[in-house]
Design a protein around this ligand. Structure first.
Ligand SMILES: C[S@@+](CC[C@H](N)C(=O)[O-])C[C@H]1O[C@@H](n2cnc3c(N)ncnc32)[C@H](O)[C@@H]1O
Length: 412
């Protein structure tokens, strides 16, 4: 998520407004472009947008997350909460400590650990609270990021390194512990659908006569997508947002992978909890008429724009999370939803102020910097309201201080 650029730039403006990549970096993007073009040709001249996004982000050695470019922080393309401030991970650690106590578990599994900074700050806080987990497992799709995570953890936490273990896939045996992820679900490839009064189509990616990427709309081939699209269309119509004007359409995303991922976790989670932080809405908000072009968003050097075909491999592509769908998938697989709240409420009730109690106001530089970080994490116009936290668990009823201030789970 970017550090709040003021405006979204429209696709036809991207080429003019953005800094030109160096020839070497442009060549990298061209290699990925050629790979995607080959896939499109080999697949009857179209691929789903989810396949396009998967290649653009994760094609081995070339995709945005798989290749070696700097992504997070000021020199990257966007900034995430653990990169904004260690306070975020420290608050998360305090909640993990409560879960570990209530579930009598001592294993943490972080999925999609990015630069590794959240793991560092989180385990340091658990060490300070004398609640070190026996193991801190990391499941990371990108080989490049996995290497960076190992480097930062080795250099910042040599005495704790042996507790860390990197996994290639979800554990096969029943898992007992906590699963945590920040901004994982929004980085999963989504399908795009186009809803009209009496029709549903999927947006595929094809090529024009100049070999440029173009949209091609036709019937969804995946029955799960068709079903999800029908549900969304029904919700849309019940909200009376699809009007009768000819040509009126509503484009949105469907994140089938997030649902499948959650099901796989639910299958192996014998006891423990899942704590997910991401940006998104309940279904009622997600499918609001004002979002008739969906929530698909690209981040390129702290510019936010809506053109996923721009420089593949050099920009992030992401979509917001429909948390009602996540909650429904959780219930379908035997998980209970114990908490759903905004990031601001989660942090404020979860120990943010206590963590800053000992700050020295006379150290003006540090004090101002921490105040800036807190504003960024909690203000509604920054990350405070758009980002949500959801707590899921099996069997054991859980209650966390971070959800006691405001728990919006009934809105899901
Ligand atoms: C937007 S980044 C967030 C990184 C980090 N959690 C943070 O908050 O800074 C998404 C991360 O999820 C990883 N990722 C995406 N899909 C994944 C999957 N299915 N399994 C494991 N990691 C995944 C990406 O490689 C990347 O590290």
């Amino acid at each position: 998520m970017p550090s709040t650029p003021s405006n979204t730039i429209k696709s036809n403006q991207t080429q003019e407004l953005f800094p030109e990549p160096t020839p070497e970096i442009k060549a990298h993007s061209d290699r990925l472009k050629h790979l995607i073009q080959d896939k499109i040709r080999a697949n009857g001249h179209k691929i789903t947008f989810a396949d396009y996004m998967n290649l653009a982000l994760y094609a081995p050695g070339l995709g945005y997350y798989s290749a070696g470019l700097k992504k997070f922080g000021k020199q990257g393309d966007f900034i995430t909460a653990p990169e904004v401030s260690p306070l975020f991970s420290q608050c998360l650690a305090i909640q993990c400590q409560h879960i570990l106590e209530q579930t009598e578990q001592d294993v943490l599994l972080e999925v999609g650990a990015g630069s590794g900074i959240m793991a560092v700050e989180l385990i340091l806080e658990l060490e300070r609270q004398s609640s070190l987990p026996k193991h801190y497992l990391i499941l990371e799709l990108s080989a490049d990021l996995r290497e960076r995570q190992q480097q930062i953890i080795k250099s910042r936490l040599p005495h704790l390194f042996e507790r860390f273990q990197w996994l290639d896939r979800l554990p096969e045996k029943p898992f007992k512990g906590i699963v945590i992820a920040n901004e994982l679900l929004d980085a999963m490839p989504v399908h795009l659908i186009k809803l009209e009064k009496n029709s549903i189509s999927e947006r595929y990616v094809s090529l024009n006569e100049n070999e440029e990427f173009i949209w091609q709309d036709s019937k969804p081939e995946n029955p799960h997508l068709q079903k999800a699209a029908e549900e969304i269309q029904a919700l849309q119509q019940s909200l009376a947002h699809l009007n009768d004007k000819p040509g009126h359409s509503y484009i949105t995303e469907v994140n089938l992978q997030a649902v499948d991922w959650l099901k796989s976790i639910a299958d192996i989670l014998e006891s423990g909890a899942i704590l997910l932080v991401d940006y998104g809405y309940t279904a009622q908000e997600y499918y609001h008429p004002q979002r008739s072009m969906g929530t698909l968003m690209c981040h390129y050097q702290h510019h936010r724009h809506d053109d996923p075909f721009y420089l593949p491999g050099l920009q992030d592509i992401t979509a917001h999370i429909d948390f009602s769908r996540i909650a429904r998938a959780a219930s379908d697989t035997g998980l209970n939803v114990y908490g759903f709240t905004t990031q601001a409420h989660f942090l404020m009730a979860g120990g943010l102020m206590e963590l800053t109690q000992d700050l020295n106001p006379d150290d003006v530089m540090h004090f101002t910097e921490v105040a800036r970080q807190i504003k960024m994490l909690t203000l509604p116009e920054e990350m405070g309201e758009l980002f949500k936290v959801i707590l899921l668990a099996k069997d054991k009823a859980l209650s966390l201080p971070a959800f006691q201030f405001q728990n919006f789970k009934n809105r899901l």
